[in-house]
Design a protein around this ligand. Structure first.
Ligand SMILES: [Zn+2]
Length: 293
């Protein structure tokens, strides 16, 4: 299993090496006072209330000041709340900048992960523990609702999906769900199985979100364009179908290289336009299934 993971890391290392790059930031109004801000391919949301800003994700550590400059083009109000949808540093690194004025909120597992040094074999990256001041101030287990500027913002734990500590941020009145990395709308997603993620859990979590949504809900991804409900259903189905195909191949006695050679995912090539090719996705799914054992 160790060998599989190390091979995978070579192929997949490109996902996180962009961490230190310089980025152009852009902003788009999603609806009313909710803005999507793109830092490279990372999407985050800024909800501008009458007393301040609520940020759902905050980008990299080194883009905090740049993000603040973009927010200043929208309002001179301060960031009051920062939600970390999960621990990955392209979504939570801005804690270092915004912790001065903002209360930081995450699911409890995310704070635990951020509290310790960690070296990932699969992603071939070293992560340093966040200092106390950059860690979330408030954590929760299953769900909390924040009423901010007359909008109920529900934070819903999505367990064992992208990681074990992801949350969906549901702006109820605006009917917008920030799924963050529980949706890579460019293509196949990353599964951080070393930190409790799984393909099956990812699909189950999307099903839960689909059931609480309506035909005009807007889904904001962590990376890639916005989705509507039909697109999200198709994405969830793709996850279940490709997982089933790979599991059946394993049951039929094929190893990872044999599964790749058989091109079992050739009908799913439309999802290979993001970070991961069909063969990368076979590696991610295969390695995540092997990791459980
Ligand atoms: Zn992530």
């Amino acid at each position: 299993m160790r060998k599989i993971i190390l091979i995978s890391a070579i192929l997949l290392i490109s996902v996180f090496v962009y961490a230190q790059k310089k980025y152009a930031l852009s902003k788009h109004k999603v609806k009313d006072n909710i803005y999507k801000i793109e830092i490279g391919t990372v999407n985050l949301l800024a909800f501008v209330g009458k007393d301040g800003i609520l940020l759902s994700d905050c980008g990299f550590k080194h883009t905090g000041e740049q993000l603040d400059s973009v927010l200043l083009t929208i309002t001179d109000k301060l960031v009051k709340y920062v939600i970390n949808t999960h621990w990955h540093h392209d979504h939570s690194g801005g804690n270092f900048y915004f912790n001065k004025n903002a209360v930081i909120i995450s699911q409890e597992e995310t704070k635990k992960i951020l509290s310790f040094d960690y070296t990932s074999e699969f992603w071939q990256e070293e992560y340093k523990a966040f200092p106390e001041k950059a860690l979330p101030d408030i954590t929760f287990k299953d769900k909390i609702t924040i009423n901010f500027s007359n909008e109920d913002v529900e934070l819903i734990h999505l367990e064992k999906g992208h990681t074990k500590g992801d949350i969906a941020v549901y702006f109820k009145k605006s009917n917008i769900v920030h799924l963050s990395d529980h949706l890579f709308s460019f293509g196949f997603p990353a599964i951080d199985f070393e930190k409790g993620g799984s393909v099956e859990g990812f699909a189950n979590n999307l099903q839960k979100i689909i059931e609480m949504s309506s035909s005009n809900t807007i889904f904001i991804s962590g990376h890639g364009p916005d989705f509507n409900l039909e697109e999200l259903k198709e994405y969830k189905n793709m996850l279940i179908e490709t997982l089933t195909i790979i599991e059946e191949s394993i049951q039929n006695g094929l190893n990872m290289e044999e599964i790749k050679k058989k091109e079992v995912l050739k009908d799913y090539e439309k999802w290979a336009n993001g970070y991961f090719s069909c063969n990368d996705w076979i590696e991610i799914v295969y390695s995540s299934l092997a990791y459980k054992k």
